[in-house]
Design a protein around this ligand. Structure first.
Ligand code: GRF
Length: 204
């Protein structure tokens, strides 16, 4: 069975690119990247989608009276494409409860920190300022909280003495580009079982 994927983005889209590459290389099988939705009109991620024949849709948050109206438009668009799995790949808004209810345990986010540490913005900067010696990234299902949903995969990298926010973020990003496709693969192969906030990997 094919898993139809919709991706929400706001920016440059390097994670989107990695997912596209993993589909095109055949690592991700039985997957269709159907639509990329952005809340930012000139997000480069939309351009990346178009270059690979994926529908790219800008939904203007200002065009709706409130967050609910805007998010209903997102839900409507995802439904139009029969999306099974929603990916947040650098989507810079917090999703409201309606979207989460419709796609419970079918929305994945990539976060540039080892959750539950350093939620919110600027994960690498927070890690540096705290002085941790290991940093990393997390793929998790999205729940109503901020970066608080069940954890699917994590990967860690060393923090070096001479790291800047940029060098650490770049080292983390390399791992993001690996574990996001890996988590999608586990999902599409039906190998993820969610039990409360614990995600188990099961063999089919
Ligand atoms: C990544 O660091 C990701 O962890 C965070 O937003 C950034 C998106 O980067 N959620 P990109 O647009 O995928 O290049």
């Amino acid at each position: 069975m094919t898993t139809i994927i919709g991706v929400l983005v706001s920016g440059r889209g390097s994670n989107l690119q990695s997912i596209i590459d993993h589909v095109e290389s055949g690592y991700l099988k039985n997957v269709k990247l159907s639509v990329v939705i952005s809340d930012v009109k000139d997000a480069y991620a939309l351009e990346r989608a178009r270059m690979h024949g994926i529908d790219a849709v800008f939904i203007d948050p200002q065009a709706y009276g409130n967050k609910m109206g805007f998010e209903r438009k997102i839900i409507g668009t995802l439904r139009l494409y029969d999306v099974d799995l929603v990916l947040l790949a650098g989507y810079m808004r917090i999703l409201g409860s309606e979207v989460i209810q419709v796609y419970r345990n079918r929305i994945m986010n990539i976060h540039p920190a080892l959750l539950p540490s350093f939620k919110g913005l600027h994960g690498p900067k927070q890690a540096l300022e705290y002085g941790v010696k290991v940093a990393g990234c997390t793929v998790h299902f999205v729940d109503e909280g901020m970066d608080s949903g069940p954890i699917i995969l994590q990967s860690c990298v060393p923090v070096k003495d001479n790291d800047t926010e940029d060098t650490l973020a770049a080292r983390i990003l390399e791992q993001e580009h690996k574990i996001f496709p890996e988590a999608i693969k586990l999902f599409t192969e039906g190998k993820l079982k969610v039990d409360g906030r614990i995600v188990l990997r099961r063999e089919k």
